[in-house]
Design a protein around this ligand. Structure first.
Ligand code: MD3
Ligand code: FE
Length: 218
């Protein structure tokens, strides 16, 4: 049956708006869905192993290890931050985006153009990510979708200028965080992870996946 309402957008699942355009979907994914996505990520990492990024200029290593899937991946080394279509160590193209990840984009990001990059961050018990903005993309109009798997993280988010007020949020396994509109350029970081708060990863720690557009949709 078709009718005049076929183009009605699907309603957004329940969420909290923690800052303008920053939507927190707590427990968006049940344990089974988390385990399925984790298996997809493990398969990606067999092809594209976690690498240790380094700071531009100084070459100081990150405490977070990373990989990517999709056509483009975010990398950082002494030469700078950038998106590129291949792994920095193996030089192989990034693995394809698992369909279940792309499906999350359709449900939560609600923009027609597909994600071009999925950055995979892995945090061991002592890993952190200092306050930063994500501005290496040529298009800031699309949202960024973040999914947490494993141990809970203390996430901090502020405004579009450094040094303003910040809010601290505990991102747990299965939570989805969507950054759109004014929050797309918000300063944010991970103060620490809380070891032993999830049993999803046998080795402990936390994966965070971020789905992104890099280039303007044509
Ligand atoms: C706010 N990752 O990969 S996820 C990153 O938990 C990053 O690994 C953190 O910051 C992590 O760049 C935070 C939540 C998040 C992701 C992207 C954002 C918040 C954001 C982009 C713009 C503003
Ligand atoms: Fe970020």
């Amino acid at each position: 049956m078709t009718g005049p309402h076929d183009s009605m957008p699907a309603p957004l699942p329940a969420h909290l708006e923690v800052a303008p355009g920053a939507l927190w979907f707590r427990e968006a994914l049940d344990r089974e869905a988390q385990a399925a996505l984790l298996a997809d990520i493990r398969a990606v990492l067999e092809e594209a192993p976690l690498f240790t990024p380094a700071m531009p200029r100084t070459g100081k290593p990150f405490s977070v290890r990373m990989s990517n899937c999709g056509p483009l991946g975010w990398v950082s080394d002494a030469a700078g931050y950038r998106y590129q279509p291949f792994h920095p160590n193996t030089r192989a193209p990034w693995p394809a985006m698992p369909p279940a990840l792309a499906a999350l984009w359709t449900t939560y990001a609600a923009v027609p153009a597909p994600p071009e990059a999925c950055l995979i961050n892995y945090y061991g018990p002592d890993a952190r990510m200092s306050l930063h903005q994500d501005r290496d993309e040529a298009d800031f109009t699309a949202p960024v979708l973040a999914l947490s798997l494993g141990d809970t993280a203390l996430f901090r988010i502020g405004g579009e200028t450094r040094g303003g007020a910040t809010r601290s949020i505990r991102l747990a396994s299965g939570d989805i965080f969507l950054l759109s509109g004014p929050s797309r350029l918000a300063f944010h970081g991970i103060d620490r992870i809380l070891p032993g708060t999830s049993t999803l990863l046998a080795e402990g720690g936390r994966f965070n996946l971020t789905l992104r557009r890099v280039n303007p949709a044509t």
